[in-house]
Write a protein that binds this ligand. Structure first.
Ligand SMILES: [Zn+2]
Length: 217
């Protein structure tokens, strides 16, 4: 199995940062993507970055790169995971949304299993974040509607569905994770902490490995 790890945006993408500019999504997602690839390789898996460059690479080119690997190895032997962090607004102000979620393209596809594996693993690995979330919610860091593990159960599984280009344009199972919110101060503190980076990396690595192991059974 070839594991393709995509990192959102680029150094030249406008916006896509925390209101205080401490977190820039392109930089954070590259750091996490590199940690995920390194960790998977250490554990004997074949992982590779889709975008090793720092600048933004078009969504079309990201799909082209993934599909070139699929054409060579077969779509059954490739998975694609895109690393992002969420935002509730684009106006440069702090917001009160928070939490982790995963997206697939609409409908029942093989990506649903990968997304469910990542969601279930995140639900366990992010236990320290969930505890912190419920404490900080009481002091107003998150509004009353917010939950640490965001899910859309309307079709029986926890992933959200969207026609994101990297999800609809890739021929292998592809998911996109939104790890917490870059415009929530409490989430940004977690995302930039060593513990936060370690846990976000771990949930992706373990979620991917759990998926691959289930495929073999
Ligand atoms: Zn993004």
């Amino acid at each position: 199995m070839k594991i393709l790890i995509d990192n959102g945006h680029g150094v030249d993408t406008p916006g896509k940062c925390s209101p205080d500019k401490s977190l820039r999504e392109y930089k954070w997602s590259r750091e996490i993507a590199r940690l995920i690839v390194a960790s998977l390789k250490t554990r004997g898996y074949d992982a590779e970055l889709v975008v090793p460059e720092d600048n933004d690479i078009s969504l079309k080119e990201r799909c082209r790169r993934a599909n070139a690997v699929c054409a060579k190895l077969g779509t059954k032997n490739v998975i694609f995971v895109s690393i992002h962090s969420n935002a509730a607004g684009g106006d440069g102000k702090w917001k009160s949304a928070g939490g982790w979620c995963v997206y697939t393209s609409p409908g029942k596809t093989r990506a649903d299993e990968l997304a469910t594996s990542l969601w279930n693993t995140a639900n366990t690995v992010l236990e320290p974040y969930k505890e912190r979330f419920s404490v900080l919610k009481q002091s107003g860091a998150y509004d009353s509607r917010q939950v640490p593990m965001r899910a859309d159960w309307s079709d029986g599984d926890p992933d959200y569905e969207a026609r994101f280009a990297v999800l609809t344009g890739t021929s292998c199972p592809a998911v996109l994770t939104e790890s917490l919110f870059q415009d929530n101060k409490a989430d940004v503190d977690f995302l930039l902490s060593e513990d936060g980076k370690r846990l976000i990396t771990q949930l992706h690595v373990d979620g991917i490995i759990n998926y691959i192991k289930n495929q073999k059974e």
